[in-house]
Design a protein around this ligand. Sequence first.
Ligand code: ZN
Length: 328
Amino acid sequence: MAELYPWQVPLWQQLAGRRQHAHAYLLQGPAGIGKRILAESLMAHLLCSARSGLDACGQCKSCQLLAAGTHPDSFVLEPEEADKPIKIDQVRELVDFVVQTAQLGGRKVVLLEPAEAMNLNAANALLKSLEEPSGDTVLLLISHQPSRLLPTIRSRCVQQSCPLPGEEQSLSWLAQTLPELSEEGRTELLTLASGSPLAAQRLHEQGVREQRAQVVDGVKKLLKQQVAPSQLAESWNALPLNLLFDWFCEWAQLILRYQLTHDESGLGLTDMRKVVQYLADKTPQPRVLAIQEWLLGQRQKVLGKANLNRVLLLEALLVQWASLPGPG
Ligand SMILES: [Zn+2]
């Protein structure tokens, strides 16, 4: 079984150490901090028949079946395709599972992730299982965005917040995980991942720092008119659109903030500080507000996976960005 992350140990002791278990838990917190591993560990803990201490033994029949993915009393429910909704038929299967008797004579455990992927019908179907819990079943719900859940779902679970680990703890974990990076590189990565250490690791695997360097270099050339918007848009063909929009949204926000505060400590990562400062000095504020509004609108479409012509979209972005500085 995968090991817990160091920042989860206190939470684990609190959860697994409970004298009596609730019928349903809601593990909630930002993505990229290991909620799934916590839930899987709890599932193993609840199913193990030879536990000593908090951790599952790893040896008993239950542990072996779970490791093989064939435990008859465990049920994992997630979208059939990533980022797609959980279907009502899937929840109906779960409801059937909950009313059955445990085949190994112990508990039954359900893991559902992410809970916000249930639409209203699916959520209502699940509510029945939450309202009339079957004695030996524990439901583990994971949510990255608990505000999107029905209040009735939330209120029927023991809500367990899983906060972001502190920066120091995240950096020390990253130092062990990515020793090949410099300390500055790891700090930058963690900032790019909004403080989430696992997201930072994933971004690193995707080559995010190289991608960022490519984008920053392109933006600088664009402002010096060394490259045309259309050319730059083409050259960014392999870059993830959501990252690009995240970065441009952030830069627009930093420009505005600097215009309002002139606080040099609020200029963001070093790679764009001078550019942000330059654009803040040269761009009339209404123009920054306009591009920010446009960026936020487009970002919603990107996140919603709307069918977009990415080269045209990027070109539109870059044409506007290139014309930021100048007289109002
Ligand atoms: Zn065991």
